[in-house]
Design a binder for this molecule. Structure first.
Ligand code: UDP
Length: 239
């Protein structure tokens, strides 16, 4: 049973359990996908039915930030812990490297996915980079076909939300990959283009604040966080 937070059902798993589930999906016949919603995406899902359906139909729904964990607790249905998408991806790549599986990197500005691929191949010996493509393309079908041709086992889809969730729901099967993971700005971090918040900040649930200080243009987007808490409070009142 998933834990409902304002219409999005989250899997109640620890990071270790999430990675194990991801590895299982990589071996299960068919195509599967993972989403990692934060409060901003939950708010988007409240307003956008297609996004909500794409998120809830995922095979694994992970609480990307502390906000969702706080929300679930306020609603009286706590989640075990936050499972940041980027750390889930790291755990998955460790497992994939051990088994010599292949990964396709889709998303971000031109050149970023290639750079991320070089760094990840060096960091996880045994991991095969099946191919890369930037995230600013017109022809969805051609990109899905290129991924199929690459024979990738797994695809990191980093197009921002809700574009990546909708893309995985619609084109996932065409890629022929076993697993697709929607991971927002992760390729920028893997490529070293964007820095992740130091451990102190994320340990104290303040990664969002660090990102805000580094990128003040995020302020408008981050207004969705207090809005999310207001909606959780309202929902709690209704229960
Ligand atoms: N992006 C993309 N194609 C698009 C829009 C965005 O590839 O059409 C990329 C963008 O370059 C960035 C990522 O998607 O690398 C979104 O990053 P953001 O930090 O907004 O995502 P978050 O991690 O906050 O979900």
């Amino acid at each position: 049973m998933r834990i409902d937070v304002l219409g999005v059902g989250f899997d109640n798993v620890t990071m270790e359990e999430a990675v194990n589930r991801g590895m299982e999906l990589l071996h299960r016949p068919g195509t599967h996908y993972v989403v990692t919603p934060n409060p901003e995406i939950v708010e988007t899902c409240r307003e956008n039915l297609a996004a909500r359906q794409a998120v809830n139909r995922a095979d694994l729904v992970l609480p990307d930030g502390i906000g969702v964990v706080i929300g679930a607790k306020m609603l009286g249905t706590p989640l075990k812990e936050k499972v940041p998408g980027i750390e889930f991806a790291a755990g998955l790549m460790e497992g994939m490297a051990k088994e010599g599986l292949s990964l396709y990197l889709l998303g971000a500005q031109s050149g970023v996915a290639e750079k991320a691929g070089e760094k990840l191949a060096a960091k996880y010996p045994g991991l095969k980079i099946a191919g890369t493509h930037d995230g600013y393309f017109e022809e969805d079908g051609a990109v899905a076909e290129a991924i199929r041709q690459s024979g990738a086992d797994c695809v990191f889809v980093c197009l921002g939300a809700p574009k990546q969730e909708l893309w995985m729901a619609k084109h996932g099967e065409t890629t022929g990959a076993r697993l697709l993971c929607g991971l927002g700005g992760s390729l920028d971090v893997f490529a070293g283009v964007v820095e992740r918040a130091p451990k102190f900040w994320s340990d104290h649930g303040l990664e969002w604040f660090y990102r805000l200080c580094k990128n003040p243009w995020r302020a408008k987007r981050m207004m969705k966080l207090p809005l999310f808490l207001v909606h959780v409070r309202k929902e709690k009142g209704r229960k």
